[in-house]
Design a protein around this ligand. Structure first.
Ligand code: AMP
Length: 401
């Protein structure tokens, strides 16, 4: 029987899952997603070579309506697809690890209670992540489960980078910049050290630009600053989230326009960013093909904000040796990358337009002072590696914890 690890990334109405061999150098066996839980459910998955394995849509109202039901569906299908495999561990993406979790940990009842207490800090993600944990613990009572935190990578930051200019008591109770997308930064940083070890050892800005967007300043492999803070709203604009905003706007919305906090949260989390500005879509591909001036304004604003944050992170690093683009927009949107980089010549960036158009790994010209990379992210692979490492799988002579 082959030993595998399962990774689970549970969102509000979706579960992303993947299966990796439980080996020191794990290969992906398959990766998939079940989405639309409780409404119109759609499950799709591909194998390690990205060949489609399943693409199933349930009639409205007939598909799984909870994380537990969805996981049961996924497991039933996995058993058919990968007969004879043994799940030796389950790795979970957990958005918030608070101030204390600096690395992945084994999940037990005490940890679940601890993580549930962090729900007010990430109300849109943490409960769903924990629902995924509960469902997986029920289905695999004998397999150890590992929590991999999106905040952990940033816990190397200094007080000046982590704090807000509020009375110290707020910092002590946890009102501080946590940062997110840590698993993506960690994966991309490791890939960079394989591709370009010299640059990876220096001052690097990584731009994770997808539906969620953030950027991180990484020095010698350690996070020194990042654009997301206490919540997942700060920094650059995102698909539906506003990015940095003057808190005075919130007072105006609540006090003058009479909006409830829920209405404000809906606006900032779900109806702002590219979607809100364009009035059209959260999806950059839709905006790029539109003639609507508001779509153009939304892209223009996005590009401008990414450039400004690059300047800020460069200041935090005291200079830049490499820039890395990752996630859906960062990996694919050549025109947006060219626009961002076109405004960064002062920083020593010169683009190789042909390499950029082809989404090559290195998109800066040979004489560029700052090297620019496109590196696809793989958060699932990072979760699998952490799980395998923590459980001592794939290492002869070591037992599962
Ligand atoms: P992610 O959350 O990483 O899946 O990224 C989703 C974002 O990437 C969406 O805004 C997509 O429009 C964008 N994206 C994906 N592929 C492309 C592409 N080929 N060109 C432009 N944007 C893309």
């Amino acid at each position: 029987m082959t030993g595998v690890v399962l990774t689970i990334n549970a969102g509000s109405s979706s579960i992303k899952f993947s299966v990796f061999e439980a080996a020191a150098h794990p290969q992906c066996r398959l990766i998939g997603q079940i989405e639309g839980l409780g409404a119109s459910v759609h499950c799709k998955a591909v194998d390690g070579a990205r060949k489609p394995l399943i693409d199933r849509v349930w009639p409205a109202g007939e598909g799984p309506d909870s994380h537990a039901a969805a996981l049961a569906e996924i497991i039933g299908w996995l058993e058919e697809e990968l007969p004879g495999v043994r799940v030796e561990g389950v790795g979970h993406r957990i958005v918030h690890g608070g101030r204390d979790h600096t690395k992945p940990v084994l999940i037990d009842d005490a940890l679940v209670a601890d993580l549930a207490r962090l729900t007010p800090l990430a109300p849109l993600h943490q409960p769903h992540n924990l629902a995924g944990v509960a469902a997986a613990r029920e289905h695999f009572p004998d397999a150890p489960q590992v929590a991999c935190f999106d905040t952990a990578f940033h816990r190397t930051q200094a007080f000046v980078a982590e704090s807000y200019a509020l009375p110290r008591s707020y910092y002590e109770e946890g009102v501080r910049r946590y940062g997110f997308h840590g698993l993506s930064y960690e994966y991309v940083g490791r890939r960079l050290s394989e591709i370009a070890p010299l640059e990876a050892a220096g001052r690097v800005i990584i731009a994770h630009l997808g539906n969620g967007c953030s950027m991180a300043a990484v020095k010698g492999g350690r996070s020194v600053a990042t654009t997301l803070g206490f919540s997942s709203l700060d920094g650059v604009p995102m698909g539906t989230r506003c990015g940095q905003i003057d808190p005075g706007v919130l007072f105006y919305l609540i006090d003058q326009k009479g909006m409830s906090t829920k209405e404000v949260a809906d606006l900032l989390f779900r109806n702002s960013g590219l979607k809100g500005m364009s009035g059209l879509s959260h999806d950059l591909r839709v905006l790029e093909t539109s003639d609507d001036p508001q779509a153009k304004d939304a892209i223009e604003h996005f590009v401008y904000r990414v450039r400004r944050e690059t300047g800020s992170l460069a200041a935090a690093l005291g200079g830049v040796d490499a820039l890395v683009f990752t996630a859906g927009i960062g990996e694919n949107a050549a025109r947006v990358r060219a626009r961002i980089l076109g405004g960064l010549q002062w920083l020593g960036v010169t683009l190789d337009p042909a390499a950029n158009d082809r989404n090559q790994t290195v998109i800066s010209s040979a004489d560029s002072k700052v090297k620019v990379f496109v590196i696809p992210t793989d958060e699932e692979a990072m979760i699998a590696r952490h799980t395998i490492h923590l459980l001592g799988l794939g290492v002869p002579g070591r037992l599962i914890a």
